[in-house]
Design a protein around this ligand. Structure first.
Ligand code: NAP
Length: 249
């Protein structure tokens, strides 16, 4: 098999960084995308290069459609044909009840967590689909267990965005299956990353261990294991699947 090129959005830290590294170990060249923390993304790229694979760092705001176009143009130029996309970049917001949520908060949530992955998938499909002269490919969306359990009193907007990602995964998988593209999602439970600290949820996260059957948080690497399997030829007959990586929750 020839070289295979993968774009991982939000790969400067957390789950995305773990996916980038594990995918490189599995043989993928990787585009390490971030919003603006180029120094952190470059550290991930260095780790990828140490595996012997190629790594390119690109910054782009996924809430900005023009920036997404520029991201994929950089991928074309700097890495070549795309074979895989991991739609990982995403945000939560501070804890709030629905009656406290502002329209600006909702717009930002939909733009980053919904439109962003959908427009990235659009750009990837235009390159990978046999319908458009591509060689086929694979997409993995990073959803959340929040899509199943809801997040009442915390961030229903976030859990709604992830429920929509599940729906997108199921529908898109059927739409592009005949064009040689598999589409799946992982639904991580509560994973030990910076996302909680940046949104003021850290203490609640530590306390939430009680509701996890395995009685511990998950690691970014454990989520990455699921993503990289879904990317692999070993998952060649798997499409439209939602893989829970949530400690039994
Ligand atoms: P994280 O540590 O906060 O990392 C987020 C990544 O996304 C960073 O690389 C960040 O880039 C990038 N990013 C954020 N907003 C962006 C934007 N507007 N445009 C472009 N890039 C943006 O997050 P994580 O915990 O690894 O989560 C990754 C994914 O897993 C998210 O979709 C999240 O919803 C999902 N998830 C996480 C958990 C969990 O418990 N951690 C559970 C379920 C699902 P910069 O570094 O440049 O800011």
């Amino acid at each position: 098999m020839g070289e295979r090129n993968l774009l991982v959005t939000g790969a400067s830290r957390g789950i995305g960084a773990a996916v980038a590294l594990l995918a490189a170990e599995a043989g993928w060249n990787v585009v390490i995308h971030c919003r603006r923390d180029l120094a952190a993304a470059e550290r991930v790229a260095e780790a990828v290069r140490r595996t012997g694979r190629r790594a390119v760092v690109v910054a782009a705001e996924v809430a900005d459609p023009a920036d997404i176009d520029r991201l994929f143009e950089r991928v074309d130029v700097e890495l070549g044909p795309l074979h895989g996309l991991v739609n990982n970049a995403g945000v939560v917001d501070v804890a709030a009840r629905v009656e406290e949520m502002t329209p600006e908060r909702l717009q930002r949530m939909w733009a980053i967590n919904l439109s962003g992955p959908m427009l990235c998938a659009r750009a990837a499909i235009r390159r990978m689909s046999r319908r458009h002269g591509g060689a086929g490919g694979v997409i993995v969306n990073v959803s959340s267990a929040a899509a199943r359990v809801g997040s009442p009193g915390l961030y229903l907007d976030y859990s709604m965005s992830k429920a929509a990602i599940d729906h997108f995964t199921t529908g898109l998988a059927r739409e592009v299956a005949a064009d040689g593209i598999r589409v799946n999602a992982v639904r991580p439970g509560i994973i030990d990353t910076e996302i909680h600290a940046t949104s003021g949820h850290r203490e609640r996260v530590d306390a939430s261990v009680q509701i996890i059957p395995m009685a511990r948080l998950g690691t970014a690497k454990e989520v990455a294991e699921g993503v990289v399997w879904l990317l692999s030829d070993g998952a060649g007959y798997v499409s439209g699947a939602l893989l829970d990586v949530a400690g039994g929750r």
